[in-house]
Ligand binder design. Structure first.
Ligand SMILES: NC(=O)c1ccc[n+]([C@@H]2O[C@H](COP(=O)([O-])OP(=O)(O)OC[C@H]3O[C@@H](n4cnc5c(N)ncnc54)[C@H](O)[C@@H]3O)[C@@H](O)[C@H]2O)c1
Length: 668
């Protein structure tokens, strides 16, 4: 492949068969997947993969793909990896007939940038298995389609596979993405293994398969809000977080945000990470202050920091279970504890059990998955038992939405409350994010400056500070704390060096905030204050984007947390109100079959139509979820939607009547 970047994108699949290629040695790779297919199914997987290529290549590719399937459990088509550098280029570098399509190409390349992506050569952005595409042929074809797509066509992408360009209209989304949508009975973890190995579905996580990942920054803000409020729950009046310990695990795609959030919160954060490469990557990127593989050194650092009330973040290369156990024996008090191992994917590389080193665990999960599962479950029982001992001393432990408590319970660990149906520890949504943020409409709004210029990002930060201050001046008392936290966040965002990859920013905002921010950015693009269009979007983990009974909707108590109408309505509703692209996924965050989640991206190009679309779409995108939360009788959501109805005469939401407990208590 000698042609230049633009030509290569336009070309799609190469004209000449590229030579066979092994995965590179200098990047992190996805764990080898379970050998789950029968011989007949393996033939089907190879037949499926060959659909992308001309017949004359089939013989050679068939044996190549068969060996990838045998060796890695998947067909990634390594030989089709492009040889240009993978990163988000400025929007004008992309060959495109539609600026909207060019913006999507930029976002896709960011998700695959080796500085950003967890396993870039397996097209995995984060979370161990959060894929952008299943294989490199899908990537090449999608980029080719986007390079030729007009503003009267829509590209429909099925779990990474570009089904094709269909005629639509200017107002329609340019891309519609579905990931892992299964007929409901076929949504068990092994169904993902089987159908992903066959090449017919993928796990898109949240922002991986929806092209909206902005590096660990995306999660830093949410983690900071959660951690600050977790400390607020435990500290006495006037006490500060300085010198107090936050203990957790994981320095991967999203968990890598924990030390940064710890620093912003102002505590001592200790994050254990079994994968030395992942820990070093976060350390080299400046996301964690200190790195050690020695328990003794770790304790010495902690003791010194405690004496001096220092704020410091420490990465410990090792298993977190060891830390929970040894900290208890050594009487090291943990103020706040959590966990961010990838327990949404417990038996295929998301959780590393104590007693096996990293290499041994990777080997066993493929060669003897049954034994590996036993080891994981045993480790989870030990893990939870150690946390329980700390809790008796007063540690505040919360589940951070990685299915930790769910998998502990499934493993038989003692994590259930006395009533036998609830967990003994809260999820962060039940205690913190649900009532304090989602019910009011605050969620992870984000934007990307498509010029790639840090100067543009700095201007958007300034605009955001101004907009938030204006809103705060008339905001009701109920949301003052949120507004203050957000203003502090955005003021410090530039100094905190949060950018990895595209020039992006996250800022928790409610409907009013998102609309006013987006309108101000659109205007700044129109006047030339910002040099190129801005993409707006959000994490699926939001007010309306996600139905997930143990996470985003865990503070919904009317029984509807097991339904997924809200997330599906949201994607459909956004799609005809002006989103540039929409996505709906199975499994993001907590695992395949456990959640339905969706999102959008929108290009603000400074036009009048962008102004109209942002108003209509963002209004629905947030208020849909508030209406549902209000119908579930959540008091803060009732407050928020009533306030919105007063402001917006066209909004009419069905409100719940609240029944007196005495009337129902004696009925059955
Ligand atoms: N609620 C939220 O907003 C939120 C935010 C971030 C992450 N999460 C969840 O947290 C999990 C982690 O996300 P991620 O993107 O960082 O995943 P990841 O797979 O990139 O990182 C997890 C890391 O944990 C490490 N690990 C696994 N077992 C370990 C053990 N026993 N001891 C020490 N380290 C261990 C792995 O090596 C890996 O690097 C996911 O389940 C995700 O859904 C939730």
């Amino acid at each position: 492949m000698t042609t230049d970047f633009r030509q290569q994108l336009l070309q799609g699949l190469p004209k000449q068969l590229p030579p066979k290629r092994k995965p590179s040695e200098n990047v992190s790779h996805a764990p080898k997947r379970k050998d789950i297919l029968s011989d007949d199914e393996k033939k089907l997987a190879v037949r499926n993969a060959l659909r992308y290529f001309p017949e004359k290549w089939h013989r050679e590719l068939a044996s190549d793909f068969a060996s990838e399937l045998n060796e890695f459990g998947r067909i990634y088509m390594y030989r089709f990896m492009p040889d240009y550098e993978m990163y988000a280029r400025p929007i004008d570098a992309y060959p495109a007939k539609s600026r909207h399509a060019a913006a999507i190409m930029l976002m896709i390349q960011n998700n695959l940038d080796p500085r950003v992506a967890q396993h870039p050569e397996e097209l995995i952005t984060y979370g161990g298995n959060g894929s952008v595409f299943q294989n490199w042929a899908q990537y090449l074809l999608t980029m080719q389609y986007l390079a030729t797509l007009t503003d009267k066509q829509t590209l429909h992408v099925y779990s990474g596979h570009p089904m094709g360009l269909f005629p639509s209209s200017k107002q329609a989304p340019r891309v519609v993405v579905t990931n892992g949508m299964m007929v409901p009975n076929y949504s068990k973890p092994d169904d993902w293994e089987r159908y992903n190995a066959l090449g017919v579905t993928q796990y898109g996580q949240m922002t991986a398969g929806s092209y909206m990942y902005i590096g660990p920054q995306g999660i830093v803000h949410g983690t900071t809000i959660t951690l600050m409020n977790a400390f607020r729950k435990t500290l006495k009046r006037g006490e500060r977080a300085a010198g107090k310990i936050f203990l957790s695990a994981g320095l991967g795609g999203m968990s890598g945000a924990q030390p940064k959030a710890g620093n912003i919160t102002g505590c001592i954060s200790v994050c254990a990470e079994v994968n030395a490469d992942a820990a070093r990557k976060r350390h080299n990127q400046g996301w964690v202050d200190l790195l050690t593989g020695s328990y003794e050194e770790l304790v010495a650092i902690i003791r010194k920091a405690q004496q001096n009330d220092e704020v410091v973040s420490i990465a410990y290369i090792g298993n977190v279970v060891e830390l929970w156990e040894r900290f208890y024996e050594d009487s090291i008090f943990v103020h706040v504890g959590s966990d961010q191992t990838s327990l949404h994917n417990p038996f295929a590389g998301g959780y590393y059990p104590i007693g096996l080193n990293y290499g041994e665990a990777n080997e066993m999960m493929r060669k003897d998955p049954t034994l590996f599962k036993t080891k994981v479950q045993k480790s989870l029982r030990r893990h939870a038992a150690a946390i329980n001992r700390h809790a008796t001393r007063g540690t505040y432990f919360f589940d951070y939405g990685n299915a930790f408590l769910l998998e502990c319970a499934r493993a038989g660990a003692k994590v259930m409350a006395k009533n036998g149906s609830d967990f003994r520890y809260p999820s962060y949504v039940q205690d913190i994010l649900g009532p304090m943020c989602f019910d009011f409409g605050f969620g992870p709004f984000r934007w990307v400056c498509t010029s790639g210029s840090p100067g543009d990002l700095a201007i958007t930060d300034e605009i955001a500070i101004r907009v938030l201050k204006e809103i705060k001046a008339t905001a009701p008392e109920e949301i003052h704390q949120q507004m203050e936290d957000n203003i502090k966040w955005i003021k410090e965002a530039g100094q905190n060096n949060l950018v990895v990859g595209s020039q992006a920013r996250i800022l928790y905002s409610d409907a009013e905030g998102r609309i006013k921010l987006a309108a101000a950015f659109n205007k700044a693009v129109a006047t030339g204050e910002i040099s190129a269009p801005v993409v707006i979007g959000r994490d699926h983990h939001d007010v309306s984007g996600t139905d997930s009974p143990y996470r985003e909707t865990s503070n919904i108590y009317d029984g509807s947390s097991f339904t997924a109408d809200m997330a599906v309505q949201n994607v459909i509703g956004d799609s005809f109100r002006g989103a540039t692209w929409v996505s709906v996924h199975n499994g993001g965050g907590v695992g395949w079959g456990e959640v339905i989640n969706g999102g959008f991206g929108m290009l603000l190009d400074g036009s009048k139509s962008a102004e109209k679309q942002l108003q209509s779409m963002l209004f629905y995108d947030v208020n849909n979820g508030i209406a549902r939360r209000s119908w579930a009788r959540n008091p803060n959501a009732r407050f928020a939607i009533e306030r919105e109805m007063k402001r917006s005469p066209n909004l009419k939401v069905t409100m719940p009547n609240i029944v007196d407990d005495q009337i129902v208590d004696g009925l059955f």
